[in-house]
Design a protein. Structure first.
Length: 183
């Protein structure tokens, strides 16, 4: 699949299934491009009128470019959405993007959303927290992750429990003098 950025965006938007293969194939091509044109259009999508547009913009930005060349420009967009967005689907995508970016500057936003009333948003927070807490893990992030481990939703609790074990593994490997965890 190839073609101009606008065409790929329309292909992704036309797939009504947020987990659809066609949608994600178009997103993967856009992310691989990793260029300014793709970043600019994804940023515009994040301000779109529809939930589908905003989710698509976030999904593209979360893994745009091999070395995440737009991470410094992406984080403020995602943090703004984390603070202002009402739709749980957008918030979930924002949290997954934070997890992919692995940047500790996202931690306050993730902690804030960890207590969201919608289970899918808390699930996204459980995914993101281990990736944005730093090494050694931030104590407030650990507290939020521990609270999620006792969440009434089993999927949220299970993911948070896995996150706690991953964070514990990070802490033990760093105390042994090992290098950073491979990505």
């Amino acid at each position: 699949m190839g073609g101009p950025v606008e065409e790929l965006i329309q292909i992704a938007l036309a797939d009504g299934d947020p987990d659809g293969a066609v949608r994600w194939q178009a997103i993967a091509v856009l992310q691989e491009r990793g260029d300014l044109e793709t970043f600019t259009l994804a940023r515009r999508l994040c301000a779109g009128n529809t939930t589908a547009e905003r989710v698509l913009g976030v999904d593209i930005l979360g893994e745009l470019g091999r070395d995440r060349p737009f991470a410094d420009k992406t984080l403020p967009i995602l943090r703004y959405l984390a603070a202002s967005e009402l739709d749980p689907r957008v918030l979930y995508s924002v949290l997954i993007a934070f997890g992919h970016l692995r940047d500790a500057r996202a931690l306050p936003s993730v902690i804030e959303l960890a207590s969201h009333p919608e289970h899918s948003v808390r699930y996204g927070a459980a995914y993101a927290l281990p990736n944005v807490m730093g090494n050694p893990p931030d104590p407030a992030g650990l507290t939020a992750l521990r609270l999620l481990a006792s969440d009434p939703d089993d999927d949220v609790a299970d993911w948070a429990t896995l996150g706690i074990s991953l964070v514990g593994h990070l802490g033990s490997s760093s105390s042994e003098g090992a290098g950073p965890r491979p990505v």
